[in-house]
Write a protein that binds this ligand. Structure first.
Ligand code: AMP
Ligand code: GLY
Length: 418
C-alpha cells in the first residue's frame, strides 16, 4: 500500500520474486508490472474488502500515515497477514514527544530536549539557552516538520510558524526543542516480528535539497547502501544501546513492534545517537536496500508479519546500490506538477527507474508530486552503481527537473574540501 518510490521498489522486488502484486493506489510505474487498485491508503474498509476479494496473502503497508491511523490493526483483526506495526507502536514516529520521552525512560542515547505546548514558553527557552536548538513539530509533517536553524532568531521564527501560524496544522501544536547533534547520519533498518529482529545493512540518505547538504530538508534526495559509516563496531553499539532496549521497551510497555523499525542515527566519533524513529521503510532507502537481499523479501516480510522471522538474515548479495531522486520544480516548497516526463522507456541493465510522484494520462506519464522518480542502480562497487545511476538520470527529462549530483560523495571520498 502506497504510491512512492518505496512502494515501487517493494512491489517490483516481490514481483521479481514471483508474487502476484496489487498496489493501492500505486503510481504510473507500478501499473506497468502490478495491478494498481484505485483505493486511498486512508480507506481502511475498502482496503480490507480488496484484500479479501483478491485473496491477498500478505499486505505490506508502505507509508506511516495509515499505520499511525491503525490500518495494520484493522487488517490483522480481519485475519489478513500484515507487515507493519500497530497504531500504538507507530507512535514512535507519530509523536516526537512520545518518542523522546520513551528514549529517556529507557536511557537510549539521543539529543537533550524539552517539549512545549506554548509558543511563548518555547521562545523564552530558546532565548535563555542562547543556542539555535533544533525545532521539531510533534506530529507527522511529511519530512518537513524539522528546522535545523543557524541562529536563535531563526529558531524562534520556526517556533512561531509551527505553533502560531500552524504551518503543519495540528502536527505543530506541540513541539520539541533539541540540542544540535554534529556528525554523520545513517538510516538503520531492523525487521522485527514482535520478538525477534534482524538488522539490514545501513543506508545513507541525503536530506537537503541541494548538493553539499545545502537548502531546506526534504523527504530524501538520494541514498546508497551499504553505508560504511556504520562499521562493525558502531553496529554493535547500535544494536546493544538502541535497537534492543527499544524493542524490549516497546514490548514491556505492551506495544511489541512488528514490521520495520527505521532508526535515524547521528554518528559522532563512533558514538550513535537517535535522531528519529520511523515505523516503515525509508524512501528512497528502500530502492537501495531491496537489491541486497533480492530473492528473500517474500520470506522476510512474511516472517516479520507472522512472527516467524528467520533467526539470521541470508547471505547478502555482494552488491552496492545507489539511487538518485529526480524532483519536480519547486520541491520541497511550492511544487509544480503536471509536466510530461521523457526518457522513461529505455531498459538499462542494472538500473531501475522507480516512480514516485507520477501518473498516467492519455498514454503520457506526468509528474504528480514533489519527488517524481528515483533512479537506482547496482554495481560491484559503489562507483559503478553511481556511474550507472547518473548515466540513466541524464536520459530522463521533464520541465523543472532537479536532482543532487553528489549522492554517495561521503562514502566515495569526493566531498569538496571545506
Ligand atoms: P528527523 O525527522 O527528526 O530525523 O529530522 C530530520 C532531519 O533533520 C534529520 O535527518 C537530520 O538531518 C536533521 N536533524 C534532526 N535533528 C537533529 C539534531 N538534533 N541535530 C542535527 N540535525 C538534526
Ligand atoms: N528518507 C527518509 C525517510 O524515509 O524518512
Amino acid at each position: 500500500m502506497g504510491g512512492g518510490s518505496r512502494e515501487h521498489a517493494l512491489a517490483h522486488t516481490l514481483h521479481r520474486e514471483g508474487a502476484a502484486v496489487f498496489v493501492a493506489p500505486g503510481n504510473a510505474g507500478t501499473g506497468a508490472f502490478a495491478r494498481n487498485l484505485p483505493i486511498a491508503v486512508s480507506d481502511a474498509s475498502a482496503l480490507v474488502a480488496a484484500a479479501r476479494e483478491h485473496a491477498i496473502d500478505l499486505v505490506v503497508v508502505g507509508p506511516e500515515g495509515p499505520l499511525v491511523a491503525g490500518l495494520a490493526d484493522v487488517l490483522r483483526e480481519a485475519g489478513i497477514a500484515t507487515f507493519g506495526p500497530s497504531g500504538a507502536a507507530a507512535r514512535l514516529e507519530a509523536s516526537k514527544i512520545f518518542m523522546k520521552e520513551f528514549l529517556a525512560r529507557h536511557a537510549i542515547p539521543t539529543a537533550g530536549f524539552a517539549a512545549f505546548d506554548d509558543a511563548e514558553a518555547a521562545v523564552a527557552h530558546l532565548r535563555l539557552v542562547g543556542r539555535p536548538l533544533v525545532v521539531k513539530a510533534d506530529g507527522l509533517a511529511a519530512g518537513k516538520g524539522v528546522v535545523v536553524p543557524k541562529s536563535v532568531d531563526e529558531a524562534c521564527e520556526a517556533v512561531v510558524s509551527f505553533m502560531r501560524d500552524r504551518l503543519h496544522g495540528e502536527a505543530g501544536a506541540r513541539i520539541v526543542l533539541e540540542e544540535f547533534l554534529p556528525g554523520e547520519e545513517a538510516s538503520f533498518h531492523v525487521l522485527c516480528d514482535g520478538s525477534r529482529y534482524v538488522a539490514l545493512p545501513a543506508a545513507q540518505d541525503h536530506k537537503r535539497v541541494r548538493d553539499n547538504d545545502e537548502g531546506p530538508n526534504t523527504g530524501g534526495m538520494g541514498a546508497y547502501a551499504p553505508a560504511p559509516v556504520i562499521t562493525e563496531a558502531v553496529k554493535a553499539k547500535v544494536l546493544a544501546n538502541v535497537v534492543e532496549p527499544t524493542l524490549r521497551g516497546m514490548a514491556a510497555e505492551g506495544n511489541p513492534f512488528r514490521g520495520v523499525l527505521f532508526v535515524g542515527l547521528m554518528i559522532e566519533d563512533g558514538e550513535p545517537r537517535v535522531l528519529e524513529f520511523n515505523v516503515r521503510f525509508g524512501d528512497p532507502e528502500t530502492c537501495v536496500l531491496m537489491p541486497i537481499y533480492e530473492g528473500h523479501w517474500r520470506t522476510l516480510l512474511m516472517g516479520a508479519a507472522t512472527g516467524s522471522l528467520p533467526a539470521e538474515l541470508p547471505e547478502p548479495r555482494a552488491v552496492h546500490a545507489l539511487g538518485v531522486v529526480l524532483a519536480a520544480d519547486g520541491y520541497p516548497e511550492k511544487v509544480i506538477t503536471g509536466d510530461a516526463i521523457d526518457g522513461l522507456d529505455a531498459n538499462v541493465d542494472h538500473v531501475i527507474v522507480h516512480h514516485a510522484g507520477t501518473r498516467e494520462e492519455a498514454g503520457k506519464v506526468l509528474t504528480s508530486g514533489g519527488r517524481v522518480l528515483c533512479v537506482a542502480a547496482e554495481g560491484a562497487t559503489l562507483e559503478e552503481a553511481r556511474d550507472r545511476a547518473y548515466a540513466r538520470v541524464e536520459t530522463v527529462r521533464f520541465r523543472g527537473e532537479h536532482h543532487r549530483t553528489d549522492i554517495g560523495a561521503r562514502a566515495l571520498g569526493t566531498l569538496p574540501q571545506a
